[in-house]
Every structure is written in C-alpha cells, then in structure tokens.
Design a protein around this ligand. Structure first.
Ligand SMILES: Nc1ncnc2c1ncn2[C@@H]1O[C@H](COP(=O)(O)OP(=O)(O)OP(=O)(O)O)[C@@H](O)[C@H]1O
Ligand SMILES: [Mg+2]
Length: 262
C-alpha cells in the first residue's frame, strides 16, 4: 500500500473573476522508500500541492490519505498526525526566530515528548551531518540563507517521519551544498523507508529521484524525458490523459516514467 495517496486533488484561491486554480485534479501515490520529484515552473502549484500533501492546506476537491488515514486540515487529529508523520522543508524555511538552530531542530522531538537532553543530542547530530555543527547556538537571523535552509532540512529529518516533503530544498544552496542536501534527504528517505516528495523548478534535480512528474498550470503530467501522450493530447482529452498518466506513474508501470533506483 502506498504511504501517501492524493486522489483528484484540486485547489482554488479567491472567487469570481479573481479565482485562481492552483491545482486541477492531481492524483499521486508515493510508496514507502520512494522519492518522487515534482518539477514545475514558478506558479505551477508546487507549494500548494506540498501543503495539501502535508495536511497544511485543505483541497477544494479531492482527498489525501496518509497510511490509509484521511488528512483533513480541519480535523482535530491532523496536527498530531502531521507532527508524528510528516517532515516539511518549507520554501521560506519557517524557522522560529527566538530559538537557536539547535532548538529549532529539536522542536518537533520536544513536541512529541522526547526528553530535552535526548532531543538536543539528536538535533545536534542532525545539524552536524548537514555541516552546521559550528552553528548550533545561532539564531536564524544570524544565519545565511543556505544555513537556514539546512536547519530547515535538519528539522524535517530529525524525527524520521514517514513522509518527507521538501519545497525547493536547494534554492538557497550553492551547487555542491545543494547536491549534498538533496542526497542526504533522498538517502535517508530511502534508508528510513520514508515516502518523499520534493518539488523544484530545477530539472537537474530529477536525477536523484526514483520518479519524476511534471506540474504545469496545476496539472500533473509525464516526466520531462517521458512520452508525449499527455502533451500531445487535445485539451478535452488532456485531463483524462493526465489522470491516467499520474495513476500509471503511481503504479510505476508506465514506460514513460523516468525510473532511477539506488
Ligand atoms: N494563498 C493564496 N492566495 C491566492 N493565490 C494563491 C495562494 N497561494 C498560491 N496562489 C496562487 O496559486 C498558484 C500556484 O502557487 P504556488 O505557490 O503553489 O506555486 P509554486 O509552483 O510553488 O511557485 P514558486 O515556484 O514560485 O514557489 C499561483 O498562481 C499563486 O499565485
Ligand atoms: Mg512554491
């Protein structure tokens, strides 16, 4: 069974003439230990999709299940499920300014009831793995963009969540640090059998994923190297083709899907 299953997810913002359809009928399933890369240009709906997959935002239509449990941002159970099961690397980091790097990373563990010393030790080890051992006591305001991003990655990984969601995890990093961060993310996801979804506009990152799908104008399509079924379809056929493609992607059966193991 897939860990994370999004079914026909749509999301609109605003109403009337100002209505924006950020996502339009996206279906995606991610298995434990699988790394899926969603590539798309700015405004294609990547952050919206990740926020819905992580239970931070409600879809207008459609559903997301995590290990068979419906994620509903309105449900009282969802914050706990999210805390225990989802690691999120935010595009804008979302670090707490009053806390040190160490305290930021330890926070999800503390909220889960892990004793302070144990949480601090695990957080320090995670930060050291991301080359931030010298920054444990630094506040976010004193960190560079790349350092903040690595703190955010450490915070997402520290609790070994079942689902790892990363929004442009390399955007503030130089090429080498970016590759290291993504290799660490994907390596730990595979090792820990986590379902991992990363979104990016950078097609070079596709190489680290087991599966690559493209998001364009809120619709999920084939991989960049994939077949032309989706893009060649007539507009009226497109939505069905995309759904079929996404489902085939989900089952891993499509020859159009770029599959990279290991
Ligand atoms: N809270 C919101 N209110 C209104 N419109 C929104 C909101 N969030 C997103 N949108 C719109 O939805 C569309 C998709 O936005 P989203 O942030 O998901 O794109 P993205 O692919 O993450 O872009 P980027 O690569 O620039 O981060 C955009 O047109 C955006 O303006
Ligand atoms: Mg975004």
């Amino acid at each position: 069974m897939s860990t994370l299953v999004a079914h026909e997810v749509s999301r609109s913002f605003g109403s009337g003439d100002a209505e924006v359809t950020a996502l339009d009928g996206v279906s995606l399933s991610v298995a434990a230990g699988e790394v899926v890369m969603v590539l798309g240009p700015s405004g294609s709906g990547k952050t919206t999709l990740l926020s819905i997959l992580g239970g931070l935002l409600r879809p207008t239509r459609g559903t997301v299940h995590l290990d068979g449990v419906l994620l509903d941002a309105r449900s009282g159970d969802t914050p706990r499920l999210r805390l225990e099961s989802v690691g999120f690397v935010f595009q804008s980091f979302n670090l707490l300014p009053a806390l040190s790097a160490l305290e930021n990373v330890a926070l999800p563990l503390r909220l889960r009831g892990v004793p302070r010393a144990d949480a601090a030790q695990r957080a320090a080890a995670m930060l050291e793995e991301l080359h931030l051992g010298h920054r444990l006591q630094s506040r976010p305001a004193t960190l560079s963009g790349g350092e903040k991003q690595r703190v955010s990655i450490a915070r997402a990984l520290v609790g070994a969540p079942r689902v790892l969601l990363a929004d442009e995890p390399t955007a503030s990093l130089d090429t080498r640090r970016g590759r290291e961060a993504v290799e660490l993310l994907t390596g730990l996801a595979r090792q820990g059998r986590q379902a991992c979804v990363m979104v990016s506009h950078d097609h070079r990152l596709g190489a680290v994923a087991d599966r690559v799908v493209e998001l364009e104008d809120g619709r999920l399509g084939a991989s960049p190297a994939g077949d032309t079924t989706v893009s060649a379809a007539l507009p009226s056929e497109r939505s069905e083709a995309v759904t079929l493609e996404a489902d085939r992607c989900a089952s891993g059966s499509s020859p159009a899907v770029v599959t990279r193991q290991g």
